[in-house]
Design a protein around this ligand. Structure first.
Ligand code: FES
Ligand code: FE
Length: 450
């Protein structure tokens, strides 16, 4: 994982030396992969811009990334009661996440096994069974087919309902975060998250957390990777993109976002820890709950936390930030999914999370703090999505190939990670580095090769 050991650049002068074709669409699958390997060079800090704008890449990453890996589908607290359910998108397909009458959370392909109709069209609700809107087949919320209208009369004894249950999808939870995958061979979620769990514990395992309200959703004309890239490692933009908050005096100075650590682990995950913080930005009365859920080192990080911004590969970003309300520092915790809709379009889905045992007053103020900053109408959110849209526009169409456009991701290549930080992973002292993005694109490229 050490960056110092990267191989020496074999950067080609000219992409046409590799391929006579300028058009990815015309290449065979093997040629596409070869072309990707020649042009995407995370260890050198060279990322070609066509990977954000080319429809062929988008299709390929759907198969190689989104159908292969774990993708976030929701938080357990969204379906707290027996028989609660919600429908979610998993890599472009609708799935039902259902808490059975037996309290077990299961995932099903939202497709009737009779003739393929979408079984459930509600966003969420509470149901012990689902009835198909086409011919009325009825499925229990554990997936079993239990009712077929006029069965005896029209099928005789020939229909075996036990073979027609809903198609199961693997759903696993880490501290309430539910992920699904279409890949039967995928490693267990816990292994996929690996050392990154140490940091996720601080994010969502520090106390019993619950989602407040339904997630907010909005469409941005942006490739999904720009969102992940921005959250996984781009603290640098904060000075400029969000410069107005320094001018307004909401933060001490323009380089406030530099101090802290940038950290990444295996499988493309990464985060940025803003420290130190002289004030405790969490509810004082929950300290004992935090201490019982965290190790001493994790609690130390939480106690000094100014903010925490990161991304679970591929597209679940998270954030703890804070604002001062009536002289008290109020943190807010959010997670957001950059859900790909098209090569140049994503749906941003954001969830606001709060400590379940916090006071109602704290919960309300924490929510206000979220709405002010990173909700769809928040000041930071609007700054960012402007940038995402413009980058996507410039990466679209034939220009990236014609001009062989690349981005520069070399920041911090000269630096060595530190070894005295309390948490796991590759850790850099100070957040202005692009090591996390290089790690993100390295894993993305590995999956594209798989
Ligand atoms: Fe569902 Fe026929 S398609 S009952
Ligand atoms: Fe930002």
């Amino acid at each position: 994982m050490h960056e110092g050991s990267h191989h020496i650049s074999r950067r080609r002068e000219n992409w046409q030396m590799i391929k006579t074709s300028e058009n990815l669409e015309e290449m065979s699958l093997r040629e596409k992969i070869e072309f990707l390997n020649e042009t995407v060079q995370p260890e050198e800090g060279v990322i070609p811009s066509y990977i954000l704008g080319d429809p062929t890449i988008y299709e390929l990453e759907h198969k190689k990334v989104f159908l292969k890996t774990w993708v976030f589908v929701g938080h357990e607290s969204e379906i707290p009661n027996k028989s609660d359910f919600m429908t979610r998108d998993l890599a472009g397909y609708s799935v039902i996440i259902s808490r059975g009458s037996d309290d077990v959370i299961r995932g099903f392909y939202n497709m009737c096994t009779h003739r393929g109709m979408k079984l459930c069209r509600a966003d969420k609700g509470n149901k012990s069974s689902f009835t198909c809107p086409y011919h009325g087949f009825n499925f229990k919320n554990n997936g079993d087919l239990v009712g077929v209208p006029l069965q005896k009369n029209i099928y005789g004894d020939r229909l075996d309902k036990s073979k027609m249950g809903l198609h199961n999808i693997r759903i696993e939870s880490y501290k309430g975060l539910l992920f699904g995958t279409w890949n039967e061979e995928a490693e267990p979620l816990s292994e996929f998250l690996g050392e990154f769990k140490w940091y996720l514990d601080i994010l969502i395992g520090r106390a019993k957390m619950e989602v407040m309200g339904p997630p907010q959703r909005f469409i941005v004309q942006s490739n999904w990777k720009i969102g992940s890239d921005n959250f996984v490692g781009d603290s640098y933009h904060t000075m400029v993109t969000h410069g107005s908050i320094a001018k307004l005096g909401m933060v001490p100075n323009a380089t406030y976002s530099k101090k802290g650590y940038q950290i990444h682990t295996n499988n493309g995950h990464g985060l940025n820890l803003g420290t130190p913080n002289p004030d405790f930005a969490f509810p004082e009365e929950l300290k004992s709950e935090y201490i019982s859920n965290l190790s001493g080192e994790q609690f130390e990080v939480l106690s000094n936390l100014k903010n925490m911004i990161g991304n679970i590969f591929p597209n679940l970003s998270f954030l703890i930030s804070h604002t001062k309300v009536k002289n008290q520092l109020i943190s807010n915790t959010t997670i957001r999914l950059w859900r790909p809709v098209d090569v140049n379009k994503m749906e941003v889905i954001t969830w606001f999370l709060v400590e379940k045992h916090a006071s109602e007053d704290w919960k309300k103020r924490s929510r206000d703090s979220y709405i002010l900053t990173f909700s769809p109408s928040g000041i930071f959110e609007q700054d960012d999505t402007e940038v995402f849209t413009d980058i996507t526009a410039a990466a679209s169409g034939p220009m990236p190939m014609l001009k062989q456009l690349t981005y520069n991701y070399t920041m911090g290549l000269h630096r060595e990670p530190v070894s005295d930080f309390v948490g796991p992973g590759v850790v850099y002292n100070d957040k202005f580095s692009e090591a996390n993005q290089r790690n993100f694109y390295r894993y993305w490229l590995d999956l594209m090769n798989s």
